[in-house]
Design a protein around this ligand. Structure first.
Ligand code: AMP
Length: 314
């Protein structure tokens, strides 16, 4: 059983380092910090760390650790919420003695010595809870809050079709542990005046193709003009999610070093389209990259083809 396999490895190591992906979201950090807390409570004699980047909007969950390279020499790395090794934040996981992958993305590569991947799970944090519960590991309000935040963020507040009965059962158990649903929702919903104005930019500048693809491009200059973070810019992907006859949409943002596409669908699967542009993810929520703005026309054509095939098939 995979739970026993993972638990045996955790028991075997004195140092356990939990990794997530670059530009982490609520599910990634919720999984990392929730698992860290549960393992710290259960195994107080072990050194348990969570490393990588932090995201401002879930800072209320706690901080990540900064650790020395030597810690990896005899460590077990547990990588959560990441389908491909290239996207893992802090590539030192490669220097750990063994690696466990716990994830719910369509796998891009197999980087773990032990892998537990459930593509149908709506949130990696739900898997973390199921593991903690099955292994009778300890939980407290800190762990429960992190895990609940992971679940609400990756399910779009329990709205996506990946939500299953087990998601609500897990949420119910987290509430029994004292999770404050309204407080978490408030933390996640706060937005600055700058972000509010930037939303106006998105709503005034999105483009529609004749076939049914909606997209908006955001250059570095626009991000600067609105005084917002890239994280805040990227979070607006679903502002154009509900336009009738536009089942696929994208927010395309020029970062200082790359152009990132956040791709979403409520119709056709779009992960294969993302694969064509150095990306991947889920069937209905993927991400990828453009090498430069001149690739945009090709990307729009490819997205249009996906929409066209989908519309012809229904
Ligand atoms: P995002 O648009 O960043 O929220 O990504 C949507 C989903 O696709 C997430 O589950 C990401 O983990 C995944 N994803 C985003 N970018 C990439 C990428 N370059 N390669 C593989 N998966 C990605």
């Amino acid at each position: 059983m995979i739970y026993d396999e993972i638990l045996n490895k955790i028991r075997e190591y004195n140092t356990i380092i939990i990794h997530g992906h670059i530009r982490p979201d609520g599910d990634c950090l919720g999984s990392q910090l929730g698992l860290r807390q549960s393992l710290r409570l259960t195994f107080p004699e072990k050194e348990i760390y969570a490393v990588g980047e932090m995201a401002n909007y879930v800072k209320f969950l706690g901080e990540v650790d900064v650790i020395a390279d030597e810690k990896y020499e005899s460590a077990l790395a547990i990588c959560v919420d990441c389908g491909n090794s290239e996207r893992l934040s802090d590539q030192r996981f490669k220097t750990a003695k063994e690696v466990i992958k716990i994830d719910h993305h369509i796998p891009v590569d197999n980087y773990g010595d032990i892998e537990w991947v459930c593509e149908e799970k709506p949130a990696c944090a739900q898997m973390i809870f199921e593991f903690i519960e099955a292994c009778s590991l300890k939980m407290d309000l800190v762990a429960a809050t992190a895990i609940y935040t992971g679940i609400v963020t990756d399910t779009g507040r329990f709205r996506f079709d990946s939500v299953e009965p087990a998601t609500f059962r897990v949420a119910a158990k987290l509430l029994e542990l004292g999770v404050n649903v309204a407080k978490i929702d408030n933390e996640l919903s706060i937005e600055s005046l700058d972000v509010l104005k930037f939303k106006g930019y998105i709503l005034s500048n999105f483009k529609l193709t004749d076939t049914g693809f909606a997209y908006v491009t955001v250059t570095k200059e626009v991000v600067e003009e609105y005084h917002i973070s890239y994280e805040d810019a990227a979070n607006q992907v679903n502002l154009i999610s509900n336009i009738p006859n536009y089942p696929v949409w994208a927010l395309i943002i020029e970062y200082p070093t790359e152009i990132r596409v956040r791709l979403r669908s409520r119709g056709p699967d779009i992960d294969k389209l993302a694969n064509l542009y150095a990306g991947g993810g889920h069937a209905k929520a993927s991400g990828c990259k453009l090498l430069n703005w001149s690739q945009l026309t090709n990307f729009i054509n490819d997205a249009d083809n996906v929409v066209k095939e989908y519309k012809e098939s229904i």
